[in-house]
Write a protein that binds this ligand. Structure first.
Ligand code: ADP
Length: 759
């Protein structure tokens, strides 16, 4: 089985896996020289770039200098200027993506003039910041035009941000080393901060749980700064505290858990600027935040999810009214680290949901395919419904499934799997709920879209006391040729919401069910038609047999008595009498031919022999010997005639009919020629019987194979119109086809196919 969406998802899985391994590798780096290759190699490989490089802003903050490159990059060092791509990316604080030749120069005409550099075909420029200040850029060059997918853009953005964090950490660590070298103080404290950072980076690579990540950030801040830290989430317009420091007073914890109004100025401000906010000389009353008067200063870091406020990291200083630069720097840096961890976690979760949906769909389809493969196509349609119910229930939690079809004013439950868990409810279902008073069935029936109830509206369909145990209901329309055929209901006993994965399972199975029902209907119709046709064919054969068989005796009587009259009473009859007698004898002979041919026709099926290897060459010889006796002047040739797998007697009949027609329908004044040949065609032998006779007009190509259909009167060409009908029956009994090509006044070629082995 294959799904078109698989490849896309697999692509982004590998991107997030790459990200994961970069994260792990970065956790082990300690210097700038370690960090850069860890970022560059995967960046380049992941998007198929010809080069990846990192430029860093110099100490003066004026120039961008290349720090490392992977592959041959065309970009060069240059000034930090907003008219150039790197400068613009840093100014706008977002990545720039140039997808095809000339796009970069068009957007930044100065880049070539000012720097004299040649640009790549496609380029991505991602800005990096440290503590809010421009740090540098990550640049990718492509030799071919490149379309940046959303997953790639997310990947590169995250990578650049992680790189910045790692560089920041490396710088910190370098500063530390320098201090060790000069033997300055604060060593232990810095060591502790570094450890805490490292711990955060490492630990955050292993969890995607937002609160666990927030707890890590809290731990880091407490360790480094010795402050009180809290993390809150927005719920119904309130910031509700979720994580607190151990020494936060219990009454404040309780108060914060109940929630601070999100519109309070200090709480709203970080979301206006999207940056850390430091409030000095905290005034609890002015802030409207009761019980916070113990704090002299507060800091807040905002978190957004899909552009909306989501989380808030706060720290407070008891008694002291101001923040030092160091405290601010560390808060910003931890805050940003947490933001990145959230982003990555969100991405991983998103990926996990997508994978789960894909998985669920695969399981649903496989389950259904597996369960229905043993069901006969023309089988009972409701058997397909039952299989669908079984599959759905096997993939969901305990419950039951129903399938309603409409019957006048009532819904009839046609198939049920599982116990509904209440006798009265079962009786109610069996009695047939009323159309128009049963929303769970009415709604999907009329809207044609699935109807999911996370909390079942008890009492809407049935008296509420019958359904106290029912909590979760899904009802889906089953569409057959775009029309609702029934409503598929799945009911769960446990309290839960329908997840996107559940919905995928249900919708996939129900859609497959609709298709299976359509197919079953078609197959049933085909089966009915075939049976009808077979019946009327058999009846016809039976009739032909009886008629021809029973007619033989009276015909024989007529012709033999007519013969006797002719012999004995010739003289007694006058001319007119003799003419009449001649007509009787002619009619009798024709009747005898008809009856004989009809018998042959009816015997194609009733008197058949086993198939075996037959030499078509030998059969051709036998037939032509026979025909030569009647038409010695004819030219009959057979070329490349193979062994076939056939009923020998019928192959003789087939060739006899076709060749004799070729001789019979000859053109006046021309030596009749019939050429028989064969050619291997893929699976079968294709024979051709070609004559140089009168030809047939195309409008009769089909009709001549029908029994009794003739194109000429008895005076011109004698015949019964049965020969080709016999040929068709014989060929079809062998699994082949018969057809013709013909040109009037030139000749006709009959083709037929027969099974056999390639020479
Ligand atoms: P019959 O030959 O007894 O009439 P057939 O079933 O063999 O019956 O053929 C049906 C009709 O097809 C013939 O009446 C004739 O008009 C036409 N036909 C068959 N074979 C040829 C042929 N080789 N060339 C031209 N017409 C043909």
């Amino acid at each position: 089985m294959s799904f078109s969406s698989t490849s896309g998802a697999a692509g982004s899985v590998s991107l997030s896996q790459r990200l994961q391994s970069v994260m792990e590798a970065l956790a082990a780096t300690s210097t700038q020289a370690d960090v850069l290759p860890v970022v560059l190699r995967p960046a380049r490989q992941a998007v198929g770039a010809v080069a990846a490089a990192i430029w860093l802003v110099d100490d003066a903050g004026e120039q961008l200098k290349r720090a490392a490159a992977e592959g041959q990059t065309l970009q060069q060092d240059g000034p930090l200027d907003a008219s150039l791509p790197a400068g613009e990316a840093l100014k706008r604080r977002e990545g720039l993506f140039f997808e095809h030749q000339g796009a970069l120069v068009q957007a930044h005409p100065e880049s070539e003039v000012r720097t004299g550099q040649v640009t790549a075909v496609a380029t991505a420029v991602l800005p990096m910041f440290l503590d809010g200040q421009p740090l540098g850029t990550l640049v990718l060059d492509f030799q071919e035009p490149h379309h940046f997918t959303e997953a790639e853009i997310r990947f590169l953005r995250t990578l650049a941000a992680q790189c910045a964090v790692a560089l920041g950490r490396a710088r910190l660590s370098q500063a530390l080393e320098e201090r060790i070298a000069t033997g300055t103080a604060q060593l232990d404290e810095e060591r502790a901060s570094l450890d805490a950072f490292t711990h955060f980076t490492e630990a955050s690579a292993h969890t995607t749980e937002p609160l666990a990540l927030a707890a890590l950030a809290q731990e880091v801040l407490e360790t480094i700064l010795g402050v009180e830290v809290a993390y809150s989430e927005l719920e119904d317009g309130l910031w509700k505290g979720r994580i607190f420091s151990k020494n936060t007073p219990p009454e404040l914890v309780a108060y914060a858990q109940a929630g601070f109004a999100a519109k309070l100025p200090s709480f709203a401000q970080p979301f206006e600027t999207n940056e850390a906010v430091f409030v000095e000389r905290w005034d609890a009353e002015r802030e409207g935040a009761e019980l916070t008067e113990v704090y002299g200063a507060a800091a807040l870091y905002p978190y957004l999810k899909q552009g909306k406020p989501y989380g808030l990291l706060t720290m407070g200083l008891t008694g002291i009214p101001t923040w030092t630069e160091r405290q601010r720097g560390i808060f910003r840096s931890v805050g940003r680290n947490l933001a990145l961890a959230f982003e990555r976690a969100e991405q991983a979760r998103h990926q996990a949901v997508q994978n789960a949906e894909l998985d669920a769909r695969t399981r649903a389809l496989e389950g259904y395919a597996h369960l229905t493969q043993d069901l006969a196509l023309q089988g009972e349609p409701l058997a397909f419904v039952r299989r669908a119910q079984e599959v759905v229930l096997s993939l969901l939690t305990p419950g039951y499934a129903l399938y309603y079809e409409r019957d006048g004013e009532r819904w009839r439950n046609q198939v049920q799997v599982g116990n509904v868990g209440n006798l009265e409810l079962q009786a109610f279902i069996d009695a047939g709920p009323l159309v128009g008073q049963t929303p769970s069935v009415d709604v999907p029936w009329t809207t044609q879209v699935p109807h999911y109830q996370d909390e079942y509206a008890r009492g809407s369909d049935t008296p509420p006391e019958m359904v106290q145990h029912v909590t979760t209901v899904a009802s889906l329309p089953v569409l057959r040729y775009g029309v609702v055929a029934g409503v598929f209901i799945a009911v769960l006993f446990d309290e839960r919401k329908w997840t996107s994965t559940d919905k995928v399972v249900l919708e996939t199975v129900v859609r497959s069910l609709g298709l299976a029902l359509e197919r079953a209907e078609q197959a049933g119709e085909l089966q009915r038609r075939t049976e009808q046709l077979e019946r009327s064919n058999a009846e016809l054969e039976q009739f032909a047999y009886i008629a021809s068989h029973d007619l033989q005796a009276p015909i024989r009587t007529v012709t033999s008595f007519a013969g006797m009259i002719e012999r004995r009473y010739q003289e007694v009859l006058d001319d007119r009498g003799r003419l009449y007698l001649k007509q009787i004898m002619k009619g009798g002979e024709h009747m005898k031919r008809l009856v004989d041919d009809l018998l042959t026709f009816s015997r194609v099926h009733t008197e058949q022999r086993e198939f075996g290897p037959v030499n078509a060459r030998a059969t051709f010889e036998t037939v032509t010997q026979r025909l030569k006796a009647e038409a010695p002047e004819a030219v009959l040739t057979g070329t490349a005639l193979p062994m076939v797998w056939a009923d020998a007697v019928q192959l003789d009949q087939l060739l006899q009919n076709l060749i004799s027609n070729g001789l019979k329908y000859r053109r006046a004044g021309l030596t009749p020629q019939v050429r028989v040949s064969a050619q291997w065609e893929g699976q079968m032998w294709r024979f051709a019987v070609a004559d140089n006779g009168i030809g047939i007009e195309p409008q009769y190509f089909e009709r001549i194979f029908v029994i009794f259909q003739r194109l000429h009167g008895q005076e011109t060409y004698q015949g019964t119109g049965i020969g080709l009908a016999v040929c068709k029956k014989i060929v079809e009994r062998h699994g082949g086809h018969i057809w013709l090509e013909s040109t009037l006044d030139e000749g006709t070629t009959f083709f037929f196919t027969l099974p056999g082995l390639k020479r």
